[in-house]
Design a protein. Structure first.
Length: 248
């Protein structure tokens, strides 16, 4: 009986601490953290064979929210929609966009970003890895709409760019010969190369990009709470372990 009472007391303490952490944090739905995401972005977010959304970011944000005392819930949509859903000036439907979002000066005007948890660089995926950066001006480039890959490609190569709502569609186009390559984040490119036989990847000279979570503009308490937990998870090696887990 004493052991049972002790266990119940311990559980109550955990629940009380979680509630205390969540106190003062405003979210769209009480007790929940709704995040918009485009789950076609392995290893960061994608669907498993049972249609569950998994990956680095869903697992990381679930750990963070557990510490804060909120329940993380993914709301799946295409990337443009995921960005839009977290915009306060567009009547935000989610508390944040968690979808491999690169921090840019333009996006800082729209979201309050958490601290970054990893960096990536742009890469080129093509059949047999034949397309290199110096050939991009002469080929048709596939990109996902709304990504920094689209921004770079359109700024540098304009008319040679074809946009797709999802990376799945972009890679279908690559396999069907509708585009010559896909410009995207290197970690995601490596994941698709592992999945699809006959593809290869080439690096680019674009600057490294920082990934973070784009929280509703003005929700400072939520950003600070996420950053506090994220700092601990970086320090104890959890973030690094998750990145390695989904890049095996």
């Amino acid at each position: 009986m004493k052991k049972l009472i002790a266990s119940l007391l311990a559980l109550c303490m955990v629940l009380s601490l979680a509630a205390a952490c969540a106190e003062g944090i405003q979210t769209i739905e009480a007790g929940k953290f709704l995040y918009s995401t485009s789950p076609d972005f392995p290893p960061f977010e994608y669907r498993d064979d049972d249609d569950n959304i998994i990956g680095i970011e869903p697992e990381l944000i679930a750990l963070i929210m557990e510490k804060i005392g909120l329940e993380a819930e993914a709301v799946a949509m295409d990337f443009d929609g995921a960005l839009l859903a977290a915009r306060v000036d567009q009547g935000a439907k989610t508390d944040a966009v968690v979808s491999g979002v690169t921090v840019t000066e333009e996006r800082k005007l729209i979201y309050d970003f958490t601290d970054s948890y990893t960096t990536i660089t742009q890469a080129i995926v093509s059949k047999d890895g034949a397309v290199t950066e110096d050939q991009l001006k002469d080929v048709i480039i596939g990109v996902q709409s709304g990504t920094t890959g689209q921004i770079y490609a359109e700024d540098d190569y304009g008319a040679n760019v074809t946009k797709y709502e999802t990376y799945s569609l972009a890679f279908q186009a690559l396999q069907n010969g509708q585009v010559d390559c896909v410009l995207l984040d290197d970690a995601v490119g490596n994941a698709y190369v592992k999945q699809i036989p006959g593809l290869g990847i080439q690096p680019t000279s674009y600057e490294p990009e920082s990934f973070a979570f784009g929280v509703n503009k003005g929700n400072t308490a939520l950003v600070e709470a996420i950053n506090a937990v994220l700092a601990d998870l970086k320090e104890d090696g959890t973030v690094e372990a998750l990145i390695l887990k989904y890049n095996e």
